[in-house]
Write a protein that binds this ligand. Structure first.
Ligand code: NAP
Length: 307
């Protein structure tokens, strides 16, 4: 029987692991499908406090993992396929193994939706990005594209226009899902050019760095080539919460809802990071919420004389 099982090994999960390991709770961290989470997909992180020269995302996450291991956190590979939260101890199944735990911290993160183009995933950090706040700065004075028609795409296009020489906003339809105010703001921005309806057919990167894209008009099939250095895919995120569906409160997009802080409606189950946050989605906010969940789990165990 474990004291604390943490689902997810991104910034939130690892911070929860550091805190609960230092509280001597010997947490078990289940790595998940994307060990290290979204930070392991990004390059230079320049906005995580404490690193004035920046740090590579994979290095930051490796350091956090080392720190958690140093205090006694145990890591197990595998993605969770089933949870039983109907009574304590909770049961968590991953691979062929089921473990029982007194508390559960869910920090399974969210995955950026990708376009599904050939080479797209491999080009993340080489011109393809899913995070304007993380990577915008690298495109100073360069032309880039933002793909998507929701609020995220509008927000990212506006944000990126501070750095980029030109921002193409590419959306597959002429109508937008984004709110009017966000569309109006983007349209009023002289650096942003809307191209609709347009589908990105190919991302060109002859030498491993993005140099351009080919667009197709879905109505006329007409093609258009754009020369640019970056493609920001802003077509939404998918929280990794399918396994908790019907067991915990969630909004219409599947993001888990906290009752208060990291607490859910089930005593002993806590949530942290992007599973419960579609607004901030930063490494530092994920880390902060991981810390909160660990402290809440510790207090819960104290209250139940478990620790
Ligand atoms: P979203 O509203 O779901 O929009 C996703 C966009 O991506 C849609 O325009 C969709 O096109 C497009 N898309 C999806 N799959 C695609 C594909 N395979 N190829 C090309 N385009 C594709 O997602 P979001 O913009 O990330 O927003 C998520 C939630 O957060 C929303 O509720 C939003 O209001 C909120 N949000 C709010 C703010 C703010 O208020 N400041 C900022 C960001 C996000 P279609 O429209 O054709 O389906």
């Amino acid at each position: 029987m474990e004291n604390v099982v943490i689902i997810g090994s991104g910034c939130a999960g690892l911070t929860a692991a550091i805190y609960s390991a230092r509280a001597n709770l010997k947490p078990v961290v289940l790595d998940g499908n994307e060990p290290g989470g979204q930070l392991s997909l990004t390059t230079h992180v320049e906005n995580f406090p404490g690193f004035p020269d920046g740090i590579m995302g994979p290095e930051l996450i490796a350091n956090m993992r080392k720190q958690a291991e140093k205090f006694g956190a145990e890591f197990k590979a595998g993605a969770v396929t089933e949870v039983d939260l109907s009574k304590r101890p909770f049961k968590v199944t991953f691979g062929k193994e089921t473990i029982e735990t007194k508390t559960l911290i869910i920090a399974a993160g969210a995955s950026a939706r990708l376009l599904g183009l050939k080479g797209e995933r491999e080009l993340i950090g080489r011109g393809v990005s899913t995070c304007a706040t993380c990577d915008g700065y690298f495109f100073r004075g360069k032309p880039i594209a933002v793909v998507g028609g929701g609020d995220s795409a509008m927000e990212e296009a506006n944000f990126l226009s501070r750095y980029a020489s030109k921002v193409y906003l590419i959306h597959r339809r002429n109508e937008f899902r984004a709110s009017k105010i966000m569309i109006d703001r983007a349209k009023a921005n002289p650096k942003i050019e809307f191209i609709t309806p347009a589908i990105v057919e190919t991302i060109h990167a002859p030498e491993g760095l993005v140099t351009g894209i080919t667009l197709a008009n879905p109505d006329t099939q007409e093609k258009r080539e754009l020369t640019l250095d970056g493609v920001f895919v802003a077509i939404g995120h998918i929280p990794n919460t399918a396994v908790f569906r019907g067991k915990l409160d969630a909004d219409e997009n599947g993001y888990l809802l906290a009752k208060h802080g990291s607490l859910t409606k089930i005593p002993g189950v806590f949530i942290a990071g992007d599973v419960q946050d579609h607004r901030y989605r930063q490494a530092i906010t994920a880390a902060g919420s991981g810390c909160m969940a660990a402290i809440d789990a510790e207090k819960f165990l104290e209250g139940h004389n478990h620790a």
